[in-house]
Write a protein that binds this ligand. Structure first.
Ligand code: CIR
Length: 257
């Protein structure tokens, strides 16, 4: 699918106050800003126009915009994040989304859903049930997916090591091909030749993003880049190490459509 646009949000100077389970130290704001700017450049160089929203000082995780909204065909869905501290973030992105989408749906209580648990794979929409997304939220999104002509595939990732979200451990490259960690791959039920399993130690890189002709990959994971090249995909490394300290992956820094 062609990616024409991306919405991002500048990092909050309070980003270190966000939620994290990582023990990698506190992120440095200046470094995070530099990495974020380079990330935006990579999106632009891949052919996307980028809308940059102001930092949100009230929500230290709000630059992880992917969690606040999901695009399903021509519908945008405002989520209901599973972490109470992030619950108001979708409303802060509504105006930016309204510029591009006339049809906006909303996940409602008791449902919770984080966009990081949603992986668009063409005619299928993978939806993770996770620490953040519950069954009600997943089923609400599944109904919207069916209405958009997509088949929802629910995947329970609560026992998958290292998977805060579904997409912490897998990505869709297009053309029927996936990247996944060894832990999540069996749950996807895809033909093995369709799944590039990341090397041990490169699990973080399973969260990558295909943008038109290239795949953006977290910097520092050479085995995955070699595997992608072997499968015919050009890749571009993007350093997101400051965001990793807050459990963020490469995909969660943008909402793409
Ligand atoms: C959180 O725990 O919600 C944030 N600190 C990280 C969210 C990362 N989102 C994502 O991978 N989709």
């Amino acid at each position: 699918m062609r990616v024409a646009h991306a919405i991002v949000r500048l990092p909050s100077s309070a980003l270190a106050d966000g939620i994290t389970s990582a023990s990698l130290g506190a992120p440095a704001y200046a470094d995070a800003c530099r990495q974020h700017a380079a990330y935006c450049d990579a999106l632009r160089q891949s052919g996307a126009s980028v809308t940059v929203l102001d930092a949100d000082l009230r929500h230290p995780d709000a630059h992880f915009v992917e969690d606040a909204a999901v695009v399903v065909g021509s519908t945008a869905v405002l989520t209901r994040p599973g972490a109470p501290a992030r619950r108001d973030e979708p409303q802060t992105i509504r105006d930016a989304i309204s510029v591009s989408f006339s049809r906006i749906e909303q996940i409602v209580a008791p449902g919770t859903l984080d966009g990081g648990d949603v992986c668009d794979a063409g005619d299928r929409l993978f939806i993770g049930i996770s620490q953040r997304t519950n069954r009600s939220g997943a089923e609400q999104l599944a109904r919207i997916a069916r209405g958009a002509g997509k088949t929802p595939v629910l995947v329970d990732v609560r026992d998958v090591a290292g998977a805060l979200h579904l997409k912490s451990a897998m990505s869709y490259l297009g053309d029927g091909n996936f990247v996944a960690t060894a832990a999540i791959a069996p749950l996807l039920r895809e033909p093995p030749e369709r799944v590039c399993i990341v090397a041990p130690g490169e699990e973080y890189a399973a969260n990558c993003v295909r943008i038109n002709a290239v795949v953006l990959v977290a910097a520092g994971y050479p085995h995955l880049r070699t595997a992608l090249a072997g499968a015919g995909y050009a890749s571009v490394p993007v350093d997101v190490s400051e965001f990793r300290k807050m459990d963020g992956g490469l995909s969660c820094l943008s909402l793409r459509f």
